[in-house]
Design a protein. Structure first.
Length: 268
């Protein structure tokens, strides 16, 4: 993937899907990349909403759960994604940032055997992370992001950072902490930021497990659980390296190294 005239193109120079939004302002010289979730039922519904005048909102890019990428606003124009916000001494991050929306239901509430989104869809436990948001105190459900979605986000984000010399990757929850909770606990922000910015030191070395957690022989649930699995909730581990959302860790006070799903780790 590459950028031509502030628009995404595939490696063969064919254009990435582009659906123009009318919800834009003047020229943009971005300093930051802001990650969001759509809190919508599908990528297409969110695209249709963000390209309607009545939305009074937009983003530069929407990434579907299948990894599909759609651009709505050129990267040299201001999109309306941040709202009232502040970061790094700047007010109103619309004027200083590129926004990526990830198709994701966001916060979910327990209903019977599943988890329900505000728009009525119910999700099974297997597609939901139970976690306390870093700005909150209540345990909630959060829809998982897909591997395809994370990989596309990494590709687009890395390209944007290198092309526009962006200073950092942040969440909407970081620049508007009293209003917003996206991209939420299910998004692997520490690992994502470190990979996009090329700063391995951004990934904190010490973590604890947030639930009982299998430690495996390789990166992925298809690999065998090692003897000693599951690790008890609260087990201290040290980060060694990452492959996507799977991290190789060293279990503190035990002679045990293996791979765990990083979304069940919390920074110490």
């Amino acid at each position: 993937m590459r950028i031509r005239n502030h628009r995404l193109c595939n490696d063969d120079d064919s254009p990435v899907r582009y659906v123009p939004s009318p919800n834009i302002s003047g020229s943009l010289q971005a300093k930051y990349l802001v990650m969001h979730f759509t809190a919508g039922a599908s990528a297409q519904e969110s695209i249709e909403w963000l390209t309607s005048k009545k939305a009074k909102a937009s983003a530069h890019v929407v990434i579907g759960r299948d990894g599909s990428v759609t651009q709505l606003v050129p990267f040299n124009r201001i999109a309306w994604h941040a709202g009232e916000s502040f970061w790094g001494g700047l007010q109103g991050l619309n004027s200083y940032s590129i926004g990526i929306e990830l198709d994701n239901a966001g916060r979910l509430v327990r209903k019977g055997d599943g988890w329900r989104a505000w728009f009525g869809t119910t999700y099974p436990d297997s597609e939901v992370l139970q976690a306390v948001h870093k700005h909150e105190t209540e345990l909630c459900g959060w829809e998982d992001y897909t591997p395809e979605q994370i990989q596309s986000a990494l590709t687009v984000a890395s390209l944007l950072v290198s092309t526009y010399q962006l200073l950092d990757v942040v969440g909407h929850e970081d620049i508007a902490p009293h209003r917003k909770c996206d991209p939420g606990p299910a998004f692997p922000m520490a690992n994502f930021r470190a990979r996009v910015m090329g700063r391995a030191d951004n990934v904190a070395q010490a973590y604890r497990t947030t639930t009982e957690l299998n430690i495996r022989s390789g990166p992925g649930a298809q690999n065998a659980a090692l003897p000693g699995s599951p690790l008890p909730q609260g087990t201290a581990v040290n980060f060694l390296k990452a492959e996507g959302g799977w991290w190789l860790v060293d279990v503190q006070d035990r002679d045990l190294d293996g791979w765990v799903n990083s979304r069940y780790l919390q920074r110490v």
